[in-house]
Design a protein around this ligand. Structure first.
Ligand SMILES: [Zn+2]
Length: 341
């Protein structure tokens, strides 16, 4: 009997222990489950689910998920805020942007999205009348702080190709031969344009400039004896028919110089300094003449025959100036002159 009783007693203790251990683990599981918190973290790349226990802060959850914040990255929940199960945290990565106006350009990193906040971070003061224009081009983000009469624009302009002449001994009787066609290049700009009251562009500030494609020269072979002259304009060299020596004087639109002062030339064109010359009748209106003497001028030394004059006969040229004093100081000079084709 005693053996039997002992046996039951041992069994009771054994089952009690098992039941206790089971209850402990079930209780622990229930406790852990109820104490665990699930947080979702949205990053620009994906959504990360984090499960942890207790009352973690945003910073702790980010650390557990191995998400590092760089300077100026932004979380929509404060880093020291305690999170509860089901909470979501969104991480916005800071972007490099340029904040600009016509005076300065500031490069900043920011995760801010409000234009006012961005302007403030970059140290720009926004007046009521000002606007902010955003542009994302060429891998750059610009926030331009603009006045009412300004615009941020993106523009592509052609780069004109040049013509290069190469002298060759003979072209089999031909005067010239194109061996490579020219192709314009392309240049890209981002700029702030300021418009006048007439809505025309008054000035501009270039923020970005890039040659997208270089122009391809036009190559022309010319016979050794061809008449080619490189003018001061930097453009393609020009062909000329004749190189002569002329006696050049100056005149202006005053009555003393012209007997009238309308400024209208014999060809009907308005006399323009840097363009108009009077020549003898052998040179028809529209003929271009090149003076190496003036090659450093804005016109590269190239003028157009647009006028006549009583005293302007063979090998005499009268050059138009905008003032009488300029015409007088030019005086009377013997100049080398190319009559262009
Ligand atoms: Zn005059």
């Amino acid at each position: 009997m005693s053996f039997f009783r002992e046996h039951i007693k041992t069994n009771k203790i054994f089952f009690c222990c098992i039941a206790f251990i089971l209850a402990f683990f079930v209780g622990l599981a229930i406790f852990v489950k109820s104490a665990s918190v699930n947080i979702s973290i949205n990053t620009p790349d994906d959504t990360v689910k984090v499960t942890t226990i207790g009352n973690p802060t945003t910073a702790e959850v980010l650390a557990k998920a191995d998400i590092e914040l760089n300077a100026y990255d932004y979380t929509d929940v404060a880093l020291d805020e305690k999170l509860e199960s089901g909470d979501e945290v969104t991480v916005t990565r800071a972007k490099s942007i340029m904040v600009t106006d016509t005076k300065k350009t500031v490069a900043i990193k920011t995760a801010l999205t409000s234009e006012t906040d961005i302007m403030e971070q970059a140290g720009f003061n926004l007046d009521d009348d000002d606007t902010v224009q955003y542009m994302n081009k060429e891998g750059l983000s610009f926030y331009a702080h603009l006045k009412k009469n300004q615009k941020l624009i993106y523009e592509e302009d052609p780069i004109k190709y040049k013509t290069v002449y190469k002298k060759v001994a003979t072209l089999g009787g031909a005067e010239e031969k194109v061996t490579q066609d020219g192709k314009n290049g392309k240049i890209k700009y981002i700029k702030i344009v300021t418009y006048g009251k007439d809505k025309k562009a008054k000035s501009s500030k270039t923020l970005y400039k890039k040659v997208a494609s270089k122009p391809k020269n036009k190559i022309v072979q010319v016979a050794e004896d061809a008449k080619i002259i490189y003018t001061g304009s930097g453009s393609a060299p020009k062909k000329y028919s004749q190189k002569i020596s002329v006696v050049a004087t100056g005149y202006c639109p005053c009555a003393q110089c012209c007997g009238k002062s309308t400024g209208i030339t014999a060809s009907g064109a308005r006399a323009t300094a840097g363009r108009t010359v009077a020549a003898w009748s052998g040179l028809s209106f529209g003929t271009q003449v090149y003076f190496p003497y003036f090659s450093v001028n804005g016109n590269g030394g190239v003028f157009t025959v647009e006028d006549r004059g009583g005293a302007i006969t063979g090998n005499r040229i009268d050059i138009f100036f905008s003032s009488h004093s300029q015409a007088l100081s030019f005086g009377r000079r013997t100049l080398e002159c190319y009559i262009l084709k």
